[in-house]
Design a binder for this molecule. Structure first.
Ligand code: SAM
Length: 231
């Protein structure tokens, strides 16, 4: 009798604690969903305001042709498309088809026709004519490429950029800043040196609140122009 009483009590406790666990998990998931929605709203606001102001400082202008290499879901593609207007184009290159599909889904209808999504196999070629691009964005992408591919990409940037064109680089994951992939043993100074050695001169560095991995962080981009003395 006592044993069966214990068994019932135990079952009740187990049941109550499972229910509490379930309720706690439900509450936790609701908090996570709310936070995610808030982050997405913040990113949307950034793309419509600060992101536009930032890319204007980089040099993106109305009517421009922009290449966003490694665009992912387009946190920079979208503000760039807002700036270039109906006469401009933004080419969003990426090897990740799912990311480009999300870019398509999330792009405001008013700017969608200015965005050309280019799904690549991972080759570092820019399928654009010579001297036809005003701004190339290499944001948070170079660390993913081995040296030989980076060299090929710099060469392509030199080829497609107009004489007054800008190569804008957001150098993430270098040795002193969350080292990863091909930059884990490379300092920012070394990355800067390799870009200069590839025929570019530093125009300026500009800093602000930037998008990185779906969050907003303080950071700086480097803006280069084609060096006149390089062949
Ligand atoms: C870290 S995300 C950066 C996204 C975006 N530029 C930004 O700053 O928000 C890097 C993106 O580059 C893409 N990527 C990496 N290697 C690539 C390659 N060889 N060719 C094209 N895209 C590449 C990845 O698929 C990913 O979407």
């Amino acid at each position: 009798m006592a044993r069966s009483h214990d068994a019932v009590g135990h079952a009740k406790i187990t049941c109550t604690s499972r229910r509490n666990k379930f309720l706690r998990r439900g509450a936790f998931q609701r908090v996570v969903r709310r936070l995610k929605a808030e982050v997405m709203r913040e990113m949307d606001r950034w793309e419509r305001q600060e992101g536009i102001a930032f890319l204007k400082r980089v040099g993106v202008r109305e009517g421009d042709t922009v290449v966003d290499f490694g665009a992912r879901v387009g946190h920079y593609t979208v503000p760039a498309a807002a700036i270039v207007g109906s006469k401009g184009k933004v080419y969003a290159f990426d090897k990740n088809a799912a990311a480009l599909a999300e870019l398509k889904e999330q792009s405001p209808a008013t700017i969608a026709d200015r965005i050309v999504r280019v799904h690549t196999t991972g080759v570092t070629e820019l399928d654009r004519p010579d001297e036809s691009v005003d701004v190339c964005l290499f944001y948070d992408i170079l660390h993913m490429l081995p040296a030989i591919s980076r060299q090929a990409l710099y060469k392509e940037a030199r080829r497609v950029l107009t004489d007054s064109g800008v190569l804008s680089v957001y150098p993430k994951h270098v040795a002193e800043d969350g080292p990863a992939d091909h930059f884990k043993d490379m300092s920012a100074k070394e990355v800067m040196r390799e870009i200069r050695a590839s025929g570019f001169s530093l125009r300026d560095k500009i800093c602000g609140r930037l998008s990185h991995d779906d969050t907003l962080v303080s950071g700086c981009v480097w803006n280069f122009i084609k060096a006149v003395d390089a062949s």
